[in-house]
Design a protein around this ligand. Structure first.
Ligand code: SF4
Length: 372
C-alpha cells in the first residue's frame, strides 16, 4: 500500500518552489474559475502571484464555504491530561528540557476535569498529552476516553503517533477523531527541530493519519506549524496531505488546521513568520482546493482574526481553552501551558460572537452509532 510519505516524493521541495515562482497573476485568475482544482492549482493560489488577488480568492472561498458548510461553525475544547514529554521540540513550551512542574492526571482527575467541561455545554472534546509512552500509554489514553465518553458526543485525540492497532484501541474506547501536526514537511528541518525522542521519526509521524484511517478513526485533521518552513512549502504539503487522504479514504472526514507559531518561554527564533495576509491566503487557497474539508482555527489566533476567517473558510474553532494540565476541577500547577492563548473567549462568548456575524455555533454534529 502506498503511503503518503511515498506519494510526497512526487513533489520534492524544488518542484514546489519552482511551481510557486513560475505562477502568474493570469494563472491565479484562471484557477479561480475552475470547479475542481489539482495540486498544481493549490501551488498557484499559494504563490506570490496570488497575493494581489486576496479579495477575489476570499470571494470564491466564501462562496464555497457557504455552499458546503452553510453558516455553521463547530465548537470544541481541548483537555490537556498530561504535559509530561520526552521530546525536545525546539519550539514548544512542553519541551522536556524546560524545567517546569509537570502534571499527569489520573483517570479520575481527567474525568473530573471533563465533567466541568461537559457542564459548560461542550459536546466535542479533544484530549491532549505530551509524548511519554511510559506514562501516557495508549491504554491510558483509551481509559481516559472511555471514562469521559458518556458525557460527550465526540472525543478526539491530539497525541503522539500511534500504530494502526493502537488507533483501533482508541476507536474501541470511543475516540472518533484525531489531529496530527506534522509541524514541517521538510525532513531535514524536521530532524533539526526534533533532535531527541520518539518524535524524531519523521516518517512514522507523517504516516500516522493514514494509520488512524486504517484503524477506524472517522475524522482526521492534519496541519503544519506555520512559521517553521517557508510558507508555500509547508502550506502546499499540508493541502496535498489532506487531498491525498480524502482520495484514499473517501469515508473519512478530513480537515486542515492552520496554527501559526507563537511565542513561548523557550524564545524560539521564528525564521518564516506568517503574517495575517499570508494566513488569509492560506485559508482561502485551502478552501478553494478542498471545498469539503473542515478548516480548524485554534485560540492561538486573536478573536478578531478568527471572526474574520470564519466567513472565508474556517469551520471549527475552540473555545474556553486552557493549555495547562488541570485547573478546572483539580490542582493547577500554574505552568505556562504549551503555547500562548490569544483568544480567551468562553463557549457563551464564542457563540455570541458567531451569532453577531450571522453564524451559528454547533456544539454537536455527531452521535456515536454504537453505545460504548
Ligand atoms: S510539541 Fe508535543 S512532542 Fe514536542 S515537546 Fe511539545 S508536547 Fe512534547
Amino acid at each position: 500500500m502506498e503511503t503518503f510519505q511515498e506519494y510526497l516524493q512526487a513533489w520534492p521541495s524544488a518542484r514546489r518552489a519552482e511551481g510557486a515562482a513560475r505562477a502568474t497573476e493570469a494563472d491565479v485568475l484562471a484557477v479561480l474559475q475552475k470547479e475542481i482544482l489539482q495540486p498544481a492549482d493549490l501551488l498557484t493560489l499559494l504563490s506570490p502571484a496570488a497575493a494581489p488577488h486576496l479579495e477575489a480568492m476570499a470571494r470564491r472561498a466564501r462562496e464555497l464555504t457557504l455552499r458546503f458548510f452553510g453558516k455553521a461553525v463547530n465548537i470544541f475544547t481541548p483537555l490537556y491530561i498530561s504535559d509530561v514529554c520526552t521530546n525536545q521540540c525546539r519550539y514548544c513550551g512542553f519541551n522536556a528540557k524546560n524545567k517546569q512542574p509537570r502534571r499527569h492526571l489520573s483517570i479520575d482527575e481527567a474525568a473530573a476535569e471533563a465533567d466541568v467541561i461537559a457542564d459548560k455545554g461542550f459536546q466535542h472534546i479533544l484530549l491532549l498529552t505530551g509524548d511519554a509512552r511510559h506514562l501516557s500509554s495508549p491504554q491510558y489514553i483509551a481509559d481516559a476516553a472511555r471514562r469521559i465518553k458518556p458525557r460527550f458526543a465526540s472525543v478526539g485525540v491530539e497525541v503522539y503517533s500511534l500504530t494502526t492497532e493502537e488507533y483501533e484501541l482508541l476507536v474501541n474506547a470511543g475516540v472518533d477523531s484525531m489531529t496530527m501536526f506534522q509541524e514541517t514537511y521538510n525532513p531535514e528541518l524536521y530532524a533539526w527541530l526534533h533532535p531527541v525522542g520518539p518524535k524524531h521519526d519523521y516518517g512514522f509521524r507523517l504516516n500516522a493519519p493514514q494509520r488512524a484511517a486504517e484503524g477506524g478513526i472517522r475524522s482526521i485533521g492534519v496541519g503544519a506549524l506555520l512559521g517553521l518552513e517557508s510558507f508555500e512549502q509547508d502550506a502546499f504539503a499540508t493541502g496535498l496531505h489532506a487531498w491525498w487522504l480524502q482520495r484514499r479514504y473517501p469515508g473519512v472526514d478530513v480537515s486542515v488546521s492552520i496554527p501559526r507559531i507563537c511565542p513561548h518561554e523557550g524564545n524560539f527564533d521564528v525564521q518564516h513568520a506568517v503574517d495575517d495576509r499570508h494566513l488569509v491566503q492560506y485559508v482561502t487557497a485551502m478552501r478553494c482546493f478542498l471545498p469539503r474539508a473542515g478548516i480548524t482555527c485554534s485560540s492561538r489566533e486573536s478573536a478578531f482574526m478568527r471572526d474574520h476567517l470564519v466567513p472565508i473558510g474556517v469551520t471549527r474553532v475552540s473555545a474556553g481553552v486552557s493549555t495547562a494540565v488541570g485547573g478546572r476541577a483539580t490542582e493547577d500547577l500554574h505552568n505556562p501551558g504549551q503555547f500562548e492563548i490569544t483568544d480567551r473567549r468562553s463557549l457563551e462568548e464564542m457563540a455570541a460572537s458567531l451569532a453577531g456575524i450571522g453564524y451559528q455555533a454547533v456544539l454537536k454534529d455527531w452521535e456515536d452509532p454504537v453505545a460504548v
